[in-house]
Design a protein around this ligand. Structure first.
Ligand code: B12
Ligand code: SF4
Ligand code: SF4
Length: 346
């Protein structure tokens, strides 16, 4: 059967699981609309831009009747565990997903290979492959396709492997048989809500992105609200706390993808060291990495906040002072905030 073969080919290409669903997302459309109405998307205007295309796949790609959803583990066996770094305030905490090669590139390539393989079997067919590259409700589709359930932290998780995986999909006009969703196993647990440093999980399944450290360090381009800076600790790119505390991540499996291995020691680098990078070094060392999304200015802004939260030392203070004349006003403002925290600026 074609569906069985697609799953086997997907696994051979390095995906951990492949599922298939239809395109009915009515309930998720309501939740998405509520989330937008509450302005939880902040400055991520692209989340509101495409109307209902995000929740109606056939309106994004005409003729779509099924979605092939895939997941791929990203936790590298070579990276220092995030929970260890949470107790090292002078070390930079970069989300485990961003330490190696940009997942968009890695997964898109594999999805294209999967589509080519299907085409070799069926002849030309209608499809488009996505990895967070278009208005697509990736978690909702993956949930429908049986890859896991959306947990209270709003990430997709799975009993066999936790939540340290990426999602991608192929929209297609092939009328494939669909898979069944799995049950939700969050039960009474609220660990992720309790652990969130900034209280961004404002209710089960509801994340106010404007408070989420992932948004503040990656998506937000301007000034980070002052009342949140102290809560960010040493997290300079993304945040993993809600996943670290999730009991299902005891079953997390490492990725087999060597492209996700950490580069340039970024899994446990010192804040002062990273703050010293010139723009050229930043661009060179983040080539092909998701970290580029933050921009050099955002990178310095984030590290300035983390240095403000680090224990006071001569090294930290002089690193901050060396950036007092930065051309970027945003960076200067965060450096001044950090120095005030160390009482090194009045
Ligand atoms: C926008 C976005 C963000 C934003 C907003 C997060 C969010 N929860 O929406 C920010 C920048 C904060 C972010 C952060 C992260 N992200 Co992100 N992000 C996305 C993106 C582009 C869209 C997500 C989306 O549709 N949001 C819209 C809102 C409405 O969806 P939602 O919050 O999930 O709400 C759903 C349910 O919770 C439910 N719901 C909502 N309200 C209610 C209320 C009730 C009562 C009920 C029952 C249900 C319910 O319905 C909603 C619609 O399905 C996707 C890629 C994609 N195209 O899908 C990646 C994606 C979700 N992100 C991903 C990752 C890895 C992360 C981070 C872990 C990265 C990090 N380490 O820093 C964090 C996790 C933070 C968190 N707890 O969510 C992965 C998740 C993989 C997985 N296993 O689930 C994705 C799928 C990218 C990918 N291709 O792999 N992200
Ligand atoms: S990623 Fe961090 S800040 Fe965002 S919801 Fe999870 S714990 Fe909270
Ligand atoms: S920490 Fe608990 S509530 Fe949160 S996603 Fe995991 S199981 Fe669900």
């Amino acid at each position: 059967m074609l569906a069985g073969k697609i799953k086997r080919w997907g696994m051979e290409l390095g995906f951990e699981q492949v599922g298939i669903c239809d395109t009915q997302l009515a309930e998720h459309e309501t939740h998405l609309q509520e989330w937008l109405d509450r302005n939880f998307h902040g400055s991520m205007h692209y989340m509101a831009r495409h109307g209902v295309k995000r929740s109606r796949p056939e309106q994004l790609v005409a003729g779509t009747v099924r979605v092939i959803s895939v997941r791929m583990n990203y936790l590298s066996p070579k990276s220092t565990p995030a929970d260890h770094l949470m107790t090292q305030p002078a070390t930079a905490l970069i989300s485990r997903y961003a330490l190696g090669r940009d997942y968009h590139k890695v997964m898109r390539k594999k999805l294209q290979k999967l589509a080519n393989r299907i085409e070799a079997e069926t002849g030309p067919f209608g499809y488009r492959a996505f990895v967070d590259s278009a208005p697509v409700l990736e978690k909702a589709l993956a949930e429908k396709a049986g890859l896991g359930w959306i947990g209270k932290h709003s990430n997709l998780l799975n009993r066999q492997t936790g939540s340290w995986f990426f999602l991608g999909e192929i929209y297609t006009d092939l009328p494939l048989p669909v898979d069944r969703p799995v049950a939700n196993h969050c039960g009474d647990c609220v660990r992720c809500l309790d652990a969130c440093p900034t209280g961004a999980i404002v209710g089960p399944y509801q994340v106010d992105a404007r408070k989420c450290i992932s948004y503040l360090t990656i998506e937000l381009k301007g000034s980070i609200p002052e009342h949140l800076r102290g809560l960010m600790g040493n997290r300079i790119f993304g945040c993993d706390d809600c996943q670290v505390v999730c009991p299902w991540n005891r079953f997390a499996q490492h990725s087999n993808e060597t492209d996700f291995n950490p580069r340039h020691g970024l899994d446990a680098a010192g804040l002062v060291e990273l703050f010293g990078w010139s723009e050229t070094e930043f661009l060179r060392r983040t080539e092909g990495s998701a970290i580029r999304r933050a921009s050099y200015q955002g990178w310095l802004r984030n590290i300035a906040v983390a240095l403000g939260n680090a224990p006071t030392s001569e090294r930290v203070v002089s690193a901050l002072q060396s950036r007092l004349d930065e051309p970027s006003e945003i960076v200067r403002e965060h450096v001044e905030w950090a120095l005030r925290k160390h009482r090194a600026l009045t």
